[in-house]
Design a binder for this molecule. Sequence first.
Ligand code: C2E
Ligand code: MG
Ligand code: MG
Ligand code: MG
Length: 283
Amino acid sequence: HAKQDGDGLFQFYVPQLATDLEEKMRLENGLHKALRDVQFSLHYQPKMSAETGELCGIEALIRWQHPELGMIPPDKFIPLAEKSGFILEIDRWVFHEACRQNKAWQDAGLKKIPVSVNISARHFYQGSLKEMILAGLNETGIEPQYISIEITEGVFMQNIDRVIETILFLRSLGIQISIDDFGTGYSSLNKLQLLPISDVKLDRSFIQGISRDEKKSSIVKAIIELVHSMNMKVVAEGVETADESRYCKDLRCDELQGYLFSRPLPAGQFEDMLRSQSSEHVS
Ligand code: C2E
Ligand code: MG
Ligand code: MG
Ligand code: MG
């Protein structure tokens, strides 16, 4: 946009770079305090069964309420935390909190469904993911079948033996594994086939406008058939319209997630939704 802004090219870029860098440093430096002062919280977004329309899963998504800068979306600070290594602390907090919350809902008599937690690829190479997971399970008392770990395809780029070993360990506990943002990363169908993955989440870019795009819908159809042939489920991410939802159902997606059903909600609001579904369930 610099050119449209006239001739101040030099003046335009330099301050912008400086403020970007300043902002990044400010955020990065604020992460430790954020964890200590409980500025993080989790929002929860439902996954719906395509077949029955019922709530069948929950994804936990982190939010940062910064005391001066307001709500900061994860895309702004998760990459910084991944670079600095602080993501290991954040993932630990998120995992524990999601387990604790889901167990509390279950203990309150609400519908028992799995909660999905996004875990950074970095955690599979460094740090002690196994110990972190075992500690979260032990401290909260949640049963492992009510936990799902979402990882992106990027996890298969390095140290594949260690990644496979970790996935097998998690599965042996009864934890489910999802591949997030499927189709955006480097294709790993070969590796997927070798791993006990529970489901694949088709990235929103494949879902957006699918009903009006023949090329897109035939690609998605092929992916779904392939994933099903490997005995894995397909979750459609980012479903925003009734058209997209109908299309995904017709193409035999197993689960649907997106703003059409609900935005990610704070725990209290999600609980109301869970409560209404739980009573429908009982009656
Ligand atoms: P993701 O795991 O793929 O999560 C889906 C993102 O899409 C979420 O954004 C969600 O709010 C958004 N979304 C859901 N439905 C729709 C829809 O219908 N339309 C559109 N346009 N967007 C939709 P969010 O919460 O901003 O998170 C962004 C990414 O940040 C996540 O992508 C995930 O990669 C990362 N992230 C979020 N929470 C955590 C966390 O606790 N730990 C780690 N390591 N990463 C996280
Ligand atoms: Mg996710
Ligand atoms: Mg995703
Ligand atoms: Mg994503």
